[in-house]
Design a protein around this ligand. Structure first.
Ligand code: NAD
Length: 518
């Protein structure tokens, strides 16, 4: 049965009550929350702390210790010892079934404390419950998928090949050793899972560097990892600012591989550091996604579906839609319907029932978004909804109104990723014109075609340069299919969530074996 058009809604909040266990975790017995190194909470030798706040209320949730050069060095040593083994078998040689069992146990503990981790997403990350609940499910989904991959892809010696009469050779696959995941603030649990499970299940020991705006879920997962029985040093969590903690991780020669998710600017910066040290790196970065609506689509329905995607996490979703190209024949109806959808989004506090558009993550983001709204008009966009600051009674969060613009081909009004409920609508005369405009962006993460003619849609979708091309859907992620970007949206590696992701966390050597010369 299809959903009536009026029931296609933006992701919406249920009322969320802060669990006592979350409050106790944040309070940490009156001490700032430390990083987790070698299975212990560590204060940090810099004696620097930072506050993590609820973006919808600016209430301080917890005080967190920043990890500096000394802590990064300590974490790398602990992870190296855990990898190699310190008097016993190291994580590298632990049987794959034992690794899987520990990861399963960790997920079970996360599920036991689901309300605490949801509180991290809702209160620290500023999300509505409908999104936070879906994100939470990725912990199990991701672990189970990579457990299957770990059972399927053998590490160690590959088949032997005869090279010559006296020499044989084979490929030898092994984990890198110490690998680091540098995580952004918009999907803390999802992106920690996407890094943590393939990295651990392929035999690496890990450093998790959460974003400074959302450190709580990674710290809580790190705490549960100790309870699950992970050997000390296998999972280390290093909170702190990017330019301090993140930079120290990138600079440390003991880190063999870095999985970075974040903005293209920071990704390129870290890549240059990695190049200096010979550290391998994969990069999953920002997007400026597009949608093309063909003339046979129902403008009212598709406008609502696209609106729902555009507002996923208030537009703070890397692959979502910010550029819409719609056939001129239906453009006026589409624009009216999209304007109505955006205008009626319920702005509010993310933990209050009914909220669809909560606060953005921090004041810097709010400033950037407001500036981008002004620049869109300066570049020739006609405001259908002008955006601007919003307010929510009784809350002092970082609220911004949705923004929607009409534009014409040839006006490049939104060249940058604008991380908000923000979109431009450009009427076009043909699908080919739309494709050419959609592909003219330097980003290439997610794009979609909307049409009743699915076959035609598939043929057009394959012509997007983006790493994820979709027909009549958007923001799709599925285990088994790669999720990665082209252009400035991605870097080397097979993307995330596929078998190649698992092998990205391993290195391959060629081993040649000759007979001893007679
Ligand atoms: P960001 O690039 O500012 O920060 C990402 C991480 O890098 C944070 O942990 C930060 O502390 C760290 N960092 C910052 N400077 C650093 C430095 N000099 N050295 C080492 N680490 C440093 O990104 P953000 O604002 O946190 O996140 C939003 C961005 O992430 C958007 O561009 C979004 O599209 C992108 N993103 C991409 C994906 C994807 O899968 N492609 C997923 C989510 C988010």
């Amino acid at each position: 049965m299809s959903t009536p058009i009026s029931e296609i809604q933006a992701l919406t909040a249920k009322a969320f009550r802060t669990p006592e266990k979350f409050t106790a975790f944040c309070r940490n017995g009156g001490k700032p929350l430390g990083g987790i190194i070698n299975g212990e909470q560590v204060k940090g030798t810099m004696n620097v702390t930072f506050e993590t706040v609820d973006p919808g209320s600016q209430e301080v949730l917890a005080t967190v210790c920043e990890m500096g050069e000394a802590e990064v060095a300590r974490a790398v040593s602990a992870a190296q010892r855990a990898f190699q083994g310190d008097g016993g078998p190291g994580w590298r040689s632990v049987d794959v079934e034992k690794r899987i069992a520990l990861c399963q146990k960790l997920v079970e503990l996360c599920e036991r404390d689901r309300d605490v981790l949801l509180a991290c997403e809702v209160l620290d990350g500023g999300k509505v419950s409908e999104l936070a609940e879906g994100d939470f499910d990725q912990l199990r989904n991701c672990m189970e998928y990579f457990a299957g991959v770990a059972r399927k892809i053998p590490l160690g010696d590959g088949p032997s090949t005869i090279i010559s009469e006296t020499v044989n050779g084979f490929a030898y696959r092994e984990p890198w050793g110490v690998v680091a995941g540098i995580i952004p603030w918009n999907y803390p649990i999802v992106l920690t899972s996407w890094f943590m499970f393939p990295a651990l299940l392929s035999g690496n020991t890990i450093l998790i560097k959460p974003a400074e705006d959302t450190p709580l879920s990674a710290l809580y997962i790190g705490k549960l990892a100790q309870e699950a029985g992970f050997p000390p040093g296998v999972i280390n969590v290093l909170p702190g600012r990017g330019e301090i903690t993140g930079q120290c991780i990138a600079e440390h020669p003991g880190v063999r591989y870095i999985a970075f998710t974040g903005s293209p600017g920071v990704g390129h910066l870290i890549m240059r550091v990695c190049d200096r040290h010979g550290t391998r790196m994969k990069r999953e970065m920002g997007g400026n996604g597009s949608a093309i609506v063909l003339a046979d689509a129902d403008p009212k329905m598709v406008a609502r579906l696209i609106g729902r995607h555009t507002n996923q996490h208030y537009g703070q979703t890397c692959c979502t839609i910010h550029r819409i190209f719609v056939d001129r024949k239906i453009a006026d109806d589409f624009i009216d319907a999209e304007t109505e959808f955006f205008k009626n989004l319920k702005i509010g506090y993310q933990a209050d029932a009914g909220t669809q558009l909560g606060a953005v993550i921090n004041p810097t983001q709010r400033r950037r978004i407001l500036q981008a709204q002004q620049e869109t008009v300066a570049r020739g966009g006609t405001a259908l909804l002008a955006g601007g600051e919003a307010s929510v009674a009784g809350k002092t969060g970082f609220y911004v109104k949705p923004a929607l613009y009409r534009t014409e081909p040839g006006h490049n009004v939104n060249p940058q990723e604008v991380f908000h409920c923000y979109a431009t609508i450009c009427p076009v005369s043909s699908a080919e014109e739309a494709l050419q405009l959609a592909n003219s962006s330097p980003y290439g993460l997610g794009a979609s075609i909307w049409t009743k003619d699915v076959q035609k849609g598939v043929a057009l979708a394959k012509q997007f340069r983006d790493g994820t091309a979709q027909v009549n859907c958007h923001n799709m992620v599925s285990y088994g299919l790669p999720y990665g970007g082209q252009g400035i949206s991605g870097g080397p590696g097979g993307g995330v969530n596929c078998e190649e992701t698992f092998t990205d966390y391993t290195q391959v050597k060629s081993v040649y074996v000759g007979n001893y010369p007679a």
